[in-house]
Design a protein around this ligand. Structure first.
Ligand SMILES: [Zn+2]
Length: 294
């Protein structure tokens, strides 16, 4: 049995501290990175949130300003300016949740046109939260295309899911989508799935899987910062279906909320992010659907 002298422990602690500091240095507060294999598609990350932006000779199409309680917009614009002097022409909101879309005033001041789904505009007008730029234009129906400087971006509405106003942005040439919050990569749904429509989210997911794309930029970085694949989307749909089936059975067996949350385990997903903390809350969301049709 080996014994480590106190000085050795102190040295190990110092090494651990140095490693932590190095890790923090490797992950700055924000960064813009080009997506591999593309000419002009970028990810802007601020802490744990991220957006996609596209640079064209005629201007930039940005998405989510990520501004609520985070001074992200100035940093976002500064990162764009390092890449191009072309004007920022558009800001597209992925959905109405404030942690992704508040704080866009600096983009408005720079002359951008703000676009969101019509239900997002309605919602934002209702809550009237300070520091939100109202959309100038809205998407109605299932799809709108924005073409700028040789790049086409599709704004797809696939129904209710994580909100009633989520847009799935797709670059047909690059076969990349940007989908925020509702298709986690190797993760369960966030907390109690607030604002999520069950079971509509499963139908939305099937529509996204049927689209032509290879890579997904998520609104929160995936494991190791990797992008999502169709297999990730299929795995998430399977998770929701497995969750739904298990909760339906518990309700049919007259289990209480508490017992359903205690008894249901989905070991296939136990390595996924949020499994221990959020699975019981995900169960509660589906329990309300199967128990009360909510
Ligand atoms: Zn959200």
């Amino acid at each position: 049995m080996s014994r480590i002298p106190i000085t050795g422990l102190a040295a190990m602690a110092a090494l651990a501290f140095a490693a932590t500091t190095q890790a923090q240095q490797q992950q700055p507060q924000f960064a813009a990175t080009k997506v591999d294999g593309t000419d002009n598609v970028y990810i802007f990350r601020y802490a744990g949130h991220q957006s996609m932006f596209i640079v064209t000779p005629e201007g930039v199409i940005a998405t989510d300003p990520i501004g609520e309680r985070r001074p992200a917009a100035q940093a976002y614009i500064a990162e764009i300016k390092k890449i191009t002097n072309a004007p920022i022409r558009y800001v597209i909101y992925s959905h109405s949740h404030l942690d992704h879309i508040a704080g866009g005033k600096a983009f408005k001041d720079a002359g951008a046109t703000f676009v969101a789904h019509e239900n997002a505009k309605k919602r934002l007008q209702e809550i009237n939260f300070p520091d939100v730029v109202m959309p100038d234009e809205v998407v109605t129906g299932a799809k709108r295309d924005i073409t700028l400087g040789g790049t086409t971006l599709e704004l797809n509405y696939v129904g209710k899911n994580h909100s009633d106003n989520t847009l799935v942005l797709r670059l047909p040439r690059e076969k990349i989508i940007f989908a925020v919050d509702w298709i986690p990569i190797e993760g369960v749904q966030f907390r109690g799935m607030a604002d999520t429509y069950v079971p509509d989210i499963e139908e939305s997911l099937k529509k996204v899987i049927a689209m032509d794309w290879d890579r997904m930029i998520p609104g929160h970085p995936g494991p190791g910062g990797r992008l999502g694949t169709k297999d990730d989307a299929r795995a998430h749909l399977q998770y929701l279906q497995d969750l739904s089936t298990a909760v339906k059975q518990a309700v049919n067996e007259n289990k209480s909320y508490v017992d359903a949350e205690k008894d249901i385990k989905l070991p296939k997903y136990e390595k996924w992010g949020g499994y221990n903390a959020f699975l019981p809350m995900n169960i509660e969301r589906y329990y309300d659907f199967w128990n009360r049709g909510i």
